[in-house]
Design a protein around this ligand. Structure first.
Ligand SMILES: [Zn+2]
Length: 146
């Protein structure tokens, strides 16, 4: 379901606000994210880096973990805001996390200039890694080699 323009704007506003809390001394690239759950609750998150860079967490996962910590399991929309010439795209780890919780999650990519791109988690991660169940279309025996 496509979110309303009002919802998109509210999430971009929240992501922009929480971006101010980013801890990004190494990359100098502050990112904010905000998720909206089915019940309308909004949770924000920012990137938090570590000198051991592998321990850093992206704003997107920060917001999702925050939502889950508060009992939200049905994230429908996420907005991501960064100070970049064009809307910044989430990393592969975050894309896999979006897909895990909702392949149809709406992902709003925005920058501080007001540019925005709207995609779904599935758009951003075609052929996502997933468990192979009976109805999965990518069961090993159904995947043809090219
Ligand atoms: Zn990420």
């Amino acid at each position: 379901m496509k979110p309303s323009k009002q919802t998109v704007n509210k999430l971009i506003e929240e992501a922009t606000k929480v971006r101010e809390h980013a801890y990004a001394p190494y990359s100098k690239f502050a990112v904010g994210a905000a998720v909206m759950c089915e019940n309308g609750h909004i949770f924000g998150g920012c990137n938090v880096e570590n000198v051991a860079l592998g321990l850093s967490i992206c704003a997107e996962r920060s917001a999702i973990v925050k939502a889950f910590s508060e009992g939200c399991r049905d994230i429908e929309v996420i907005a991501i805001v960064a100070d970049s010439p064009s809307p910044s795209s989430p990393c592969g780890i975050c894309r896999q996390v979006f897909y895990e919780f909702n392949p149809n999650m709406i992902v709003v990519l925005a920058n501080l200039q007001g540019d925005a791109i709207i995609k779904s988690a599935s758009d951003l991660l075609p052929y996502a890694f997933k468990r192979h169940r009976e109805n999965d279309s990518l069961e090993p025996d159904k995947v043809k080699k090219s």
